[in-house]
Design a protein around this ligand. Sequence first.
Ligand SMILES: Nc1ncnc2c1ncn2[C@@H]1O[C@H](COP(=O)(O)OP(=O)(O)O)[C@@H](O)[C@H]1O
Ligand SMILES: [Mg+2]
Length: 506
Amino acid sequence: MEIGQVIGSTTLRGFRFVIKNGMEKNVKRDEFVVVNESVTGNKILGIIKDIIISNELLPDEFGRDLRLGDILLNEGEYPVPTVKVLGYEGSNGLEMPRYGIKPGSSVYLADDDIVKRILRQEEKKAACVGTLSTRESVPVYISVNDLISRHCAILAMTGSGKSYTVGVVIEELLKKKGAVVVFDPHGEYKGISMGNAKTKVYGVKGDSKIKIETSSLRSIDFINLVPDLTEAQRDLIDAVITLARKFYDRYDLNIIKDVMGLIYDAKEGRDILAENISEGDIKELSKRVGLTTIGSTIRKIERLNRLAIFELKGTPIEDIVAGNQLTVIDLSDADERLSETIIAAITRRIFEARKAYVKDGEGRFDVPAFLIVEEAHNFAPRTSEDRKILSRSILKKIAREGRKFGVGLCIVSQRPSRLDADVLSQCNTQIILKIVNPADQEYIRQSVESVTEDIVRDLPSLSRGEAIIAGAATKLPVTVKIRERVTAVGGEDIDVVEQWSRKCPD
Ligand SMILES: Nc1ncnc2c1ncn2[C@@H]1O[C@H](COP(=O)(O)OP(=O)(O)O)[C@@H](O)[C@H]1O
Ligand SMILES: [Mg+2]
């Protein structure tokens, strides 16, 4: 369908055109168009990026004393769409034209077929996340292998549909029998259940608690986990963990506490009955700490022990990562420190087990895993003023090296500018929904290679459930209407007015 003619001067990167009479309704932002290249006649595909409407009867100068009542406004008006050239279909996908486009050339609406061909992914290995926002007739597929092994970021301001989109991605991956783990600070994903796939939920309270192997934590993990430690308490924990490591293959918090008890006894001059641990070490340590420090540290360890999360053995990673299974780590009852520790401990074990399996042929951890971290700016932050965020270093490592070992990372955040730049830039596919905050926009543009100026410019005008997908998993950056979820959606907005009026009926 011919929709207009090229006007003005053109470049190899773009051109403008006038709209043929009556074709206005077909010409909108993000619509695909085709023109013929001069010399070769190649069909060049372009995308409408802007539409400037001017009216020669209403120049800017009229603004001074405007009386529009009598002027027929449509007369003298001409919209001029600006088109960005995407390329012509060559043997290796889109290739950039070399010969230019002649002014006066006809501009056609691109057929669905050509757009589908350009966006095509091998169906068996692709996830359908929605349709083009300009054309419901064109489904948008993204490459699952690229999405996972080259990591992805789902970014948007609150309420624009990040979690909803995560749900769509999870559904698609479960259709592929994926092994997906989601760290869920708001308890939003428990309701997802898909056909034959299994959904497992672990929390920090109640029956299905997540368990972390205590001896997998380093002393810095403990120090981070227990708030308000004094210098002396910190030193004691550090020393006791070092001692436990020396004498036990595996230990739990009871053992840590017992060792502290022995130090206490030694300090008080009692005989100590150390079975596994050397008396000399205990006595040596007891000289360096005060009784009150030991007592108060024991109480803090006891409090931690009451959570019943840090134990001799952790939840087996084979239970957490399994094919055709979504595992939800519900952190809605955990505070920040506990959440960080759990995320760090689990992701570290998954990464190390995969590395051992792939690199050294050790173990049987043969399932590639996709790890989704919601509120990622809290767990992989750019800066952290007061303390070290433990999950950051392992998430950075997975972002950098996970690809080699089949560990994919998906970070989800409403504050992209607070994310660690390395982690963000390693997420090679971006699904970005509405973002208005200029600092967030600018940070994404700077950190992420595939996010260009014109993508950033479009971010504020996206509507809810509309996303720009760019990067590794897609052939072209596209604006997509995310498809509807088939599974239950969690974390819906509360209808406040409805609930108030139910409380106090008329
Ligand atoms: N593509 C979509 N289709 C229909 N509803 C959507 C879509 N995306 C988001 N929503 C709805 O919008 C609201 C906010 O979405 P949510 O995913 O929770 O936002 P975010 O995680 O970015 O804060 C929810 O009620 C959700 O159901
Ligand atoms: Mg959310």
